[in-house]
Design a protein around this ligand. Sequence first.
Ligand SMILES: Nc1ncnc2c1ncn2[C@@H]1O[C@H](COP(=O)(O)OP(=O)(O)OP(=O)(O)O)[C@@H](O)[C@H]1O
Ligand SMILES: [Mg+2]
Length: 122
Amino acid sequence: MEGAVEVVPGRTMGLLAAQQAFVEADERFVAFIGGVGSGKTVAGAIKALRYVMEYPGAVGVVGAPNKTVLRDVTERTLRTLLPKEFGIKERKSDGVIEFPNGSEIWFRSMDDFEHRRGLYFF
Ligand SMILES: Nc1ncnc2c1ncn2[C@@H]1O[C@H](COP(=O)(O)OP(=O)(O)OP(=O)(O)O)[C@@H](O)[C@H]1O
Ligand SMILES: [Mg+2]
């Protein structure tokens, strides 16, 4: 493990060097390409959480290739990074979690682009 980063206020985590570089990169478009089990999903989840913490009221999409991976891997990974008493609100049937600072993460499957048309985030 290399440096520790703040995942959300009250929770820090030690990351591998490649994860840390990805998480802390502030370029608009950043990719983390790595082998199976190299920590891509965890790093992506941490990046998403840090973003919504930094920008109160932000609405962000966390995507996965299909609904099964989204539910079983992507969404589950992100939830495990949150402290138990973090105070998120669930809009389960919408696939949305709301954070105490008014930010939201929308979990969306990316296998049907037609369903994503017209969707913009600010
Ligand atoms: N910084 C870390 N500290 C401790 N455990 C970690 C860390 N990063 C990832 N892990 C653990 O390592 C395992 C693999 O991580 P992750 O699922 O993010 O990898 P991945 O690259 O997305 O894998 P895949 O190629 O299968 O999608 C998981 O069990 C995860 O909890
Ligand atoms: Mg993964």
